[in-house]
Design a binder for this molecule. Structure first.
Ligand code: ZN
Length: 132
């Protein structure tokens, strides 16, 4: 399994995360090609918790984002969010969220590090990120 993401998309997430005082979050829209996931669009969604330690996407924005992507023939292939002052690995809270949204979770920190994880059969495995 591999997550393919374009350099400008990843840079945009890292840049916004790097200057935000709260966790930033949103969707990765794109297509699955067998075992590979190609990100074609990144969409930020407001964090309604406005917290440096947790996120919840604004529900209305979330629905609008998904509907917009579906019109373009894209699906939710991933969720991204940022961590502040802690490594880009799933927190306990993230693991619960991953059960509800079993897609790839791209987690970045505010220093330019990132990792991607996929929940599968009660476990979480790391997914390779290929920046193109
Ligand atoms: Zn998190």
């Amino acid at each position: 399994m591999e997550l393919k993401i374009k350099r400008p998309h990843l840079s945009a997430i890292l840049e916004v995360a790097g200057r935000s005082e709260v966790e930033v979050c949103g969707f990765l829209f794109g297509k699955r090609e067998g075992d590979n996931i190609a990100v074609e669009e990144v969409r930020f969604v407001g964090n309604r918790l406005n917290s440096p330690a947790a996120f919840e996407m604004e529900p209305v924005e979330m629905v609008e984002a998904i509907e917009g992507a579906e019109k373009k023939g894209l699906e939710v292939v991933g969720i991204f969010h940022s961590h502040l002052k802690c490594p880009p690995r799933p927190s306990g809270r993230d693991l619960k969220g991953m059960e509800l949204w079993p897609v790839v979770w791209l987690i970045v920190d505010n220093e330019g590090n990132y990792g991607a994880y996929l929940p599968e059969g009660g476990k979480v495995r790391e997914v390779r990120v290929r920046v193109i």
